[in-house]
Write a protein that binds this ligand. Sequence first.
Ligand SMILES: [Zn+2]
Length: 354
Amino acid sequence: MLSGLDLAQPPLMSTQTPYPCPATPPHCPNPDCAYSEAQSGPWPYIRFGSFTRLNPPYTVPRFRCKACRRTFSSQTFETSYWLKKPELLPQVQKHAVSGAANRQIARVLDTSPATVDNHLARLGRHCMLFHRQFMEKASPTVDVILDGLVTFEYSQYLPYEVIAALDRNTSFVTHVAEAERRRSGTMTDEQKRKRQEFESLVGRPDPHALMKAVVEVVSETVRGAVWAHVWSDKHKTYPFALKKIRWCHFDHETIDSRKPRTYTNPLFEVNLLDMLMRHCLKDHTRETIAFGRRRNNSMYRLAIFLVWRNYIQLRREKRCRSTPAMLKVLPAHTLTEAAVLAPRLVVGHSAHPA
Ligand SMILES: [Zn+2]
């Protein structure tokens, strides 16, 4: 595929700006400056020259904060800051949730695998903040489905579980967290010896990790509510975890996981989410050679998937015109990858840690 070269674009190295420069920088990028938060009114900055580049906008204005004297440009506030090929970013975002492995994405986009790795990390961080920002405005979820998906990083001897909670009425995924697990099940003596070898290298997993992850996921989901109805399978950790959240009363209903996973199953929404994760995210596909090598990179991809599922993809493939986010609250239309990436988000500007 061509690398986004569009013959309709102005010639390269034109000094003509194809559209007007952004009028006002929203804030100072220096986190220690008094003007580091988004400013509603005028704030003290001056124009400080400009630079030209090969991609639109070809002329990028620079500014200087009069309070801390930090210089910055309009690109400082774009998700594509420092990128020579900004058009790759939304394309990598699309391919990341289409069941492609990193090297396949690189081959299709005619770029290097390292570029794809870097873009996925950047997109993952951005998507975490994007979701955080939305959750701050959303009302608490009180009809919650909770479930875990077991996967692994690097080796099947290093399993971990992805805990997800979603709104039963809208399919909106409210929060996900990961918990390290110890390899369990029937094992041969050789497999036990190998597990011992791994554990001597990286340590034995925290036995309370799952409990901590469930508490985190449910707390974030029902934040602001005093009562919630939780549906889950019969996993023994869930009731203990719910008891730890003292500020909310829970009606906990459990469903046998051997029950047919059909549309009538009360856990249908989370079963569908697990299926989509195995289908769309190559690192969680069963029996793949593209399994996740590092858990943090898998979590970046998961964040990209979560934003796609909640804000871009329609709730159902057929006879549905709404995304889960549209049913949950806010935007009156579906979002595109470019709209999700529109403003660069900054960690300190979110109420909760990313
Ligand atoms: Zn400043």
